[in-house]
Design a protein around this ligand. Structure first.
Ligand code: COA
Ligand code: AMP
Length: 630
């Protein structure tokens, strides 16, 4: 069957399609049907089945006689380590860790925050939670203590599992003091913390609260897998929205297992036993779905990469790992390739390695610019497939169904909708638009298995953010179009979310931080185009009346404030003090116009602008920062 046949077979019988996909999963109790309508446009998948994620990701492969196969390859050019863990070893390690967590009182439904760098223990912590039916929430290591504190207060974890440190090129990230600071700032206190001591830095343990990762596992009974309902939350992953308060995306167990397993063959075209590599971080959705869960559920070997595309030690790292570990499908973000391309435009490093094992490269996380795709295709001579999805969906909305049929690639498009997604382009009033017309991208409800059913503790926000604008649809927050052949094009976000090096960030969240500076009366943060990271945040602040401090000093403090409050990952380094912000007569800040000026694009003076002269001051400030040229 080709792509059209498969897509039509889903469309004509969605429930039958997903019930068949569910056959590939081990169930303690089979679901009686696929889709459950909760009412009022909320849906759940496989709700009355019972299963366990860890069983499907680990134990069942051992039971099937594949315990000797490598499950995880840890390759850390930063620490000079390569270490392999088989499925049998992984089962034993995870069962023991789960047993220790259980002995400390962790049960089904309890939340556990995981704050760890790219080490295999991060995956083991996730799997140990799944084993018990505990709900993990992984927090990315590049976030600051206050971001961690916000997540602690929202998820209310019984335990936090953290590493003593992370290792970034040229610096050790001191996780433990960040964790201690976050717990101090948070209102909720975990019962205990488990600290994985790394040899690069041994952290102080707080007596009575912190236990040592190895020590607390001593003498415990390994835990078996606890069957949970199909609609039991497997995890919560916080992502940026319009305001500073992150949204807790929930993933239900049953749909997660079924959809991720389906995606491995049909999209990434790998068979059990093949090596699959997603070069991301477990703190992001790509890391949840394609470093940890999907490859393991499908019986692949996954790679935990602790390094960067360049500088660890050079622009050949990706190719070295692909060749050395026999990677068949490789997934990364366009920004990573832009970095490699900048250091190695001619692909000289590529030629040093035998890449015959590699069948295709997948890009996602941000817009893939044609130059980068063409460069990657030229230097590797491999197909390069862009695909589009979000934290909310957990897997591809539109992509290349390479395991079904390799359709023609159209550079600039992430290709076609996957089964499960009825993607429509809508006008402001919610009417479907014609091929080639630009509009809001929406997905007809219900969303497929594996996508978010709601937000943690925030059903109203879920409805308001995603369901209320276009009744009967899920609003993706992206704008774009579909061409005559059914290929989708993603053009821009329709909200305040920006994408910096494939990391999703909220400009609204940064504005909230800047507004907290005692000398700042008003501010705006915009996302400007950057050749390497795709976008960079840029702040404009107006000082409180009577404040007469040097502008550079305040701007520097603002940069530090965002780094301290949100974290280095925000990459907030551009900030200017201006007298006034451009606004409409009704007081709306003209952020989109500022972005156009910064990017040197033509723009129409908004008819409702209050005082056009302010734009000249903004332009000067931008030029001082190296923007708005030409
Ligand atoms: N823990 C602590 N700090 C982290 C971190 C982590 N896990 N990850 C990143 N940071 C820090 C970086 O050290 C950097 O700090 P600095 O301001 O002191 O230099 C800052 O956060 C920004 O990080 P990032 O945007 O990732 O840039 P980088 O300089 O580390 O890397 C590239 C630059 C060019 C290599 C980048 O384009 C890249 O490839 N990033 C990874 C892309 C990716 O995998 N995205 C995931 C989406 S699927
Ligand atoms: P995240 O939730 O961090 O995965 O970010 C999701 C957002 O990143 C999407 O809503 C898009 O705005 C953007 N994005 C992800 N993949 C792509 C892609 N292939 N092309 C264009 N934008 C993308």
């Amino acid at each position: 069957m080709g792509y059209q046949d498969v897509y039509q077979s889903w469309k004509s019988d969605p429930e039958g399609f997903w019930m068949q996909a569910a056959e590939a999963i081990d169930w303690d109790e089979k679901p009686s049907k696929a889709l459950f309508e909760v009412g009022d446009n909320l849906y759940e998948w496989f709700a009355d089945g019972k299963t366990n994620t860890c069983w499907n990701a680990v134990d069942r492969h051992v039971e099937a006689g594949r315990g000797g196969q490598v499950a995880i390859i840890y390759d850390s050019p930063i620490t000079g380590t390569v270490h392999k863990i088989t499925y049998s070893e992984l089962r034993n390690r995870v069962a023991r860790l789960a047993g220790a967590l259980r002995a400390k009182g962790i049960e089904k439904g309890d939340r556990v925050i995981i704050y760890m760098p790219m080490v295999p223990e991060a995956l083991e912590a996730m799997l140990a939670c799944s084993r018990l039916g505990a709900i993990h929430s992984v927090v990315f290591g590049g976030f600051a203590a206050s971001e961690l504190a916000v997540r602690i207060d929202d998820a209310k974890p019984k335990a936090i599992i953290a590493a003593s440190c992370g290792v970034e090129p040229g610096r050790v990230v001191h996780y433990k003091p960040l964790l201690d600071g976050a717990i101090e700032q948070a209102t909720h206190a975990p019962d205990f913390c488990v600290i994985f001591q790394r040899e690069q830095e041994v952290a102080h343990l707080e007596e009575g609260r912190d236990v040592d990762w190895h020590g607390f596992q001593y003498g415990v009974e390994p835990a078996e897998c606890v069957p949970v309902e199909g609609n039991h939350p497997a995890y919560i992953l916080y992502t940026s929205g319009t305001t500073g308060a992150p949204k807790g995306v929930i993933r239900h167990t049953g749909g997660h297992l079924v959809a991720l397993n389906w995606s491995m063959k049909n999209i990434y075209n790998v068979d059990p036993g093949d090596v699959f590599w997603a070069a991301s971080d477990v703190g992001w959705v790509v890391g949840h779905s394609y470093i940890c869960y999907a490859p393991l559920i499908h019986g692949n070997t996954t790679i935990v990469f602790e390094g960067k595309p360049i500088g660890t030690p050079d622009a050949g790292t990706f190719w070295r790992i692909i060749s050395e570990h026999n990677v068949r499908s490789f997934f990364t973000a366009p920004t990573a390739f832009r970095a490699v391309k900048r250091d190695d435009p001619q692909g000289e490093f590529v030629r040093k390695y035998d890449l015959s094992c590699l069948k295709a490269i997948y890009l996602a996380g941000e817009r893939a610019d044609p130059d980068t795709i063409e460069w990657a295709m030229n230097v590797t001579s491999k197909p390069v497939y862009d695909h589009w999805w979000q934290t909310e969906t957990g897997w591809t909305i539109a992509g290349m169904p390479a395991g079904i049929e390799a359709l023609p690639v159209k550079i600039g498009s992430p290709s076609v909708p996957m089964p499960g997604y009825d993607v429509q382009i809508l006008d402001e009033a919610g009417h479907p638009m014609k091929a080639g017309e630009l509009g809001a991208i929406a997905v007809k409800l219900p969303l497929p298995p594996g996508t978010l059913p709601t937000l943690w503790n925030a059903e109203d926000r879920f409805r308001k953010s995603y369901l209320s604008h276009f009744p009967g649809y899920y609003e993706t927050g992206d704008a774009g179009m579909i061409d005559e052949d059914g290929y989708l094009y993603i053009m821009a976000r329709t909200d305040d979310v920006i994408n910096v090096a494939g990391h999703r960030l909220s400009t609204g969240g940064m504005e909230e931080v800047l507004a907290g500076h005692p000398d700042v009366a008003e501010c705006a943060v915009i996302g400007v185009t950057d050749q390497l990271k795709g976008q960079l945040p840029m702040g404009f602040v107006c000082l409180t009346k009577g404040v007469n401090r040097p502008h550079e000093e305040v701007a520097k403090e603002c940069v530090k404030l965002v780094r301290d409050k949100i974290g280095p990952v925000a990459a907030f380094k551009l900030c200017a003090v201006v007298d006034r912000l451009p606004k409409t007569r009704s007081g709306k800040i003209l952020r989109a116009t500022m972005v156009k000026i910064a990017d040197g694009e033509a723009f129409k003076l908004p008819a409702t602008i209050d005082d056009p002269a302010i734009l000249d001051e903004i332009k000067l400030a931008l030029q001082d920062m190296g923007y708005a040229k030409g």
